[in-house]
Write a protein that binds this ligand. Structure first.
Ligand code: PLP
Ligand code: ZN
Length: 482
C-alpha cells in the first residue's frame, strides 16, 4: 500500500463570501457572512499543491481507497483532499453514506424513450436521500470544532422540506454527546415517512404552519441572534460534502466524462451547486479531461432558476423569487433558493470551460414528473418524485434537441422511492387535489386484490381454506396444470 492511501496532506481552508468577497478562517463556525449576510463557499488555499500529483495518480488513489476497510476513508471522504482536508480522521463521521450505484436503465426503457439513461440512486444513502453526503461533512467539521474548543453543548437547527431534517437528526443522534438536534418543518407539508425519521432519531421536531420558505425565515432569525449551528444548505460544509456526488459519477465511468449529461432537480440549489463545484475540481486537477453537461430541472410550480436562465442574454437576466404552488417534487418546492448566487458563480465557470450549453435549466410539468417516476419504477428503478423530475428533464432535453443519441444521461434520484409513496398512491387512486394539475394515466394504476373474503376463511377448515384460496389464485391468473 502506498503512503497516499491514507492522507497526510492538509490544506488551509477559508470561507469566501460571494456577496462582498471577504474571507474568514474556518476555525469559527459561520453560517453566512457576518459582514453582509452573503453565502459562503469554502476554499482550500493550498489547492494548487494538489496539482503536483498527476491526475492519473489521483484516480488510482481514489480507486484504491474505495476498497479500504478504514471506514473514515470509505465513504465520501475517500476524496479527502478535494473535500475538507483540515479534518482529522478521528473526527470523520461515517454512517455508510456515498458510494451509491448508477443503474443503467433496462433495454426496454431505453427503447421506450430513445434516451440512454441511468439512475444514480442517492436514495441508497443511510437516511435515504443525498442530504447524508452534506451532513456527513458538516457533522465531521462540527466534531472537530467541539474537540478543539472543548464545547460541552451545541444545538444544531435546520428547516427542512423533509430530508434535511431526517439526515441532520440521524447524524446528530449518532454523534450524540455535545450535539443536540432541533428540526423545523412546515406543518403537513412533509410525507409521513419523512416525519417519522427525525422523530425516530430522537430529535426535537417543531412544526410551523406554511411552507418551507416560512420555516427558513424562522431559522435565519435564530442564526442571526443565537448561538446555534445551522444545517441548512446555506451551510457551506454541506455543499462541500455534496460534491462527492460528482466525484462518484466520474469514478463510476472510469474518469471519462466525455458525452455524459447529468440531470439534477433544483430546489434550494445546493445540490446542483455542489455537483458543478465537484466536477470543476476534478477538471482543474486533470482527473477528468472534459466536463459533463449539467441540466438543472424545475417544476412549472417552483421554477425561479429556470426563469432566470430562460433569458438568453446574460446581461438581461434578473432573479425574482416565485410563489410556489403544490408540487409532487415536494423536496424541490422552493421559490427563493438560498444557493442561487452559488449557482451563478459555478455556472459561469462551467460555461467558460465547457461552452454555453455546459449548464442549462429545464422546466417540466407536474404531470411529466409523475408519469416519469411511475414509468421509471415500472422498469426496475427506485426513483422518488424528484427522480421523476430528473427523468422528465431528460425527455424534455431530447424533445428540445438539446441532447444527441450517443450521450449518456445520468439521472439524479435524490431520495428513495419509499419516502414519496404517497404521491404514487394519489396517482394510482386518481386522488390528486386539483392544484397539483396531475391527471394520472389510469391504465398504470395498480392496487392489491383481496382474493378470498374473511367470511369464507371463517367458514372453511384450514386445509380447505388453503385449497380454496389456491384455486382462486389459479382462476385469477389463468394458470394451467403442468
Ligand atoms: C433537498 C432535496 C432536493 C433539492 O435539493 P437542493 O439542494 O435544495 O436543490 C431534491 N430532492 C430531494 C429528495 C431532496 O431532499
Ligand atoms: Zn460578505
Amino acid at each position: 500500500m502506498s503512503k497516499d492511501l491514507f492522507p497526510t496532506y492538509r490544506g488551509t481552508m477559508e470561507y469566501f463570501c460571494l456577496g462582498c468577497g471577504k474571507r474568514f478562517p474556518t476555525d469559527k463556525l459561520y453560517y453566512t457572512c457576518p459582514d453582509c449576510g452573503g453565502v459562503f463557499l469554502l476554499e482550500n488555499l493550498d489547492f494548487d499543491n494538489l496539482k503536483k500529483t498527476p491526475g492519473h495518480r489521483w484516480q488510482e488513489i481514489f480507486d484504491r481507497r474505495a476498497a479500504t476497510k478504514r471506514t473514515a476513508m470509505r465513504g465520501i471522504f475517500r476524496f479527502y483532499e478535494l473535500m475538507a482536508p483540515v479534518l482529522d480522521e478521528d473526527d470523520i463521521l461515517y454512517l455508510g453514506e456515498g458510494n451509491t450505484p448508477i443503474i443503467r436503465s433496462s433495454d426496454r426503457l431505453i427503447r421506450e424513450t430513445g434516451i440512454r439513461t441511468g439512475y444514480k440512486n442517492d436514495g441508497q444513502n443511510p437516511s435515504a436521500s443525498f442530504k447524508d453526503r452534506g451532513m456527513a461533512c458538516a457533522f465531521s467539521y462540527l466534531r472537530s470544532l467541539i474537540r478543539q474548543n472543548d464545547w460541552d453543548q451545541i444545538l444544531t437547527v435546520c428547516a427542512s422540506t423533509g430530508d434535511t431534517s431526517a439526515a441532520a437528526a440521524l447524524y446528530a443522534s449518532y454523534a450524540g454527546e455535545a450535539i443536540k438536534s432541533v428540526v423545523i418543518l412546515p406543518h403537513g407539508k412533509v410525507t409521513p415517512a419523512q416525519l417519522s425519521q427525525p422523530l425516530g432519531s430522537g430529535a426535537t421536531v417543531l412544526e410551523v404552519p406554511g411552507v418551507f420558505d416560512d420555516c427558513m425565515k424562522v431559522v435565519e432569525h435564530l442564526a442571526d441572534n443565537y448561538r446555534v449551528a445551522l444545517l441548512n444548505s446555506k451551510n457551506a460544509w454541506r455543499i462541500l460534502g455534496q460534491e462527492s456526488y460528482a466525484f462518484e459519477i466520474a469514478q463510476w465511468f472510469r474518469w471519462n466524462m466525455q458525452g455524459k449529461c447529468v440531470f439534477v432537480p433544483i430546489g434550494n440549489a445546493g445540490n446542483v451547486t455542489a455537483i458543478m463545484a465537484g466536477f470543476l475540481k476534478l477538471y482543474k486537477l486533470d482527473i477528468i479531461d472534459a466536463l459533463p453537461r449539467i441540466f438543472g430541472v424545475q417544476s412549472h410550480h417552483a421554477d425561479p432558476v429556470y426563469r432566470y436562465y430562460a433569458v438568453d442574454d446574460p446581461k438581461e437576466r434578473e432573479f425574482h423569487p416565485v410563489t410556489v404552488s403544490p408540487s409532487v417534487a415536494q423536496a424541490a418546492m422552493i421559490g427563493n433558493p438560498v444557493s442561487f448566487p452559488r449557482v451563478k458563480y459555478y455556472a459561469e465557470q462551467f460555461e467558460e470551460i465547457g461552452g454555453h450549453d455546459a449548464f442549462q435549466v429545464l422546466q417540466v410539468t407536474e404531470q411529466q414528473i409523475m408519469d416519469s417516476m411511475i414509468q421509471a419504477n415500472r422498469n426496475g428503478h427506485i426513483a422518488c418524485t424528484q427522480g421523476g423530475e430528473s427523468f422528465a428533464g431528460a425527455k424534455r432535453a431530447k424533445e428540445l434537441g438539446l441532447i444527441c443519441d450517443e450521450e449518456i444521461c445520468i439521472l439524479d434520484s435524490t431520495a428513495h422511492h419509499l419516502k414519496f409513496v404517497d404521491f404514487q398512491n394519489m396517482y394510482f387512486n386518481n386522488a390528486f387535489p386539483p392544484e397539483f394539475e396531475v391527471a394520472p394515466d389510469t391504465s398504470l394504476s395498480n392496487k392489491p386484490h383481496l382474493i378470498i373474503s374473511p367470511e369464507e376463511k371463517d367458514r372453511l377448515s384450514p386445509e380447505d381454506f388453503t385449497r380454496a384460496t389456491a384455486d382462486k389464485v389459479v382462476a385469477r391468473l389463468g394458470l394451467e396444470h403442468n
